[in-house]
Design a protein around this ligand. Sequence first.
Ligand code: DGY
Length: 321
Amino acid sequence: MTKPYIYITRKIPEELIVAYQDRYTINMWPHEQKPVEQETLALEAQKADALLTMLSDKIDMDVLNDAENLKIIANLAVGYDNINLEDTKRKEITVTNTPDVLTETTADLTFALLLSTARRIVEASDFIKNGKWQNWSPFLLAGSDAYNKTIGIVGMGRIGEAVARRAKGFGMNIIYHNRTRKGQAEEELNASYVSFDTLLAESDFVVCLAPLTPETRGMFNEQAFRKMKQSAIFINASRGQNVDEDALYDALVNGEIKGAGLDVFAKEPIGKEHPLLKLDQVVCLPHIGSSSTDTRSTMIDLCLNNIDLVLSGRKPHTPVL
Ligand code: DGY
């Protein structure tokens, strides 16, 4: 009997798949950096029983049209905005994501980004490396405090709550905006639910952790940046398309807000010529929120586990919806 076929759309370490190789034929795209070509993906989808996909793979009918055996798409991310769920539903394909296992790692990165932007860590490091340090001086690279300041979290999901726990440890005042109120977070973290406008007006740090949906797309626009404090720092660690990047650029250049820390961009990878990269008050990262070796390995294992469950007729651990 032929073994079910799993196609992985990026090169991952062999040792992460060995445990599954006796029961499955596993093939992967041979590049670590370069995404799978759509044509290859569509051809593989025709053959595969399961796909392990990346957030950079666009999955819709173009890929799924002739995928007659495909039973599961395991997406290596908590977000799944790269997958057209109407199309997967039509084809009766299960979709899974990787919640929970990346929560703390992504919250660490979000908080690191907040502190790096506030305290100008990257600029300060470059300052020394470029031989600019002449002497100690009272306001050399003076930044903003996090302690005692107000953090406004937009999108109080699992990662939002984990960021709030870190903020509490830093003595910050926590406000949040979310589709639904989070009673437990309010109690445990002393977080207050506020309207989006109030959050924009009162926060020293506005942190976007909302998933990309039709409601959140472009929510950080010209009007939103205008409502923020001139001293505000904007952090985005969810999806770049939640932000109008031209509006963000203008807000930074015109002094409507003070700085931005960005792990995600509207179009990834962001080109080296992107105007936001030219600004000292912007810290940019290449979408590495959940990228610790342990967490990425755990995420891959969760994907393979979900695939194994579905292909053996059981329920996956983390289906979306
Ligand atoms: C996710 O899992 O959606 C993150 O963006 C990956 O870092």
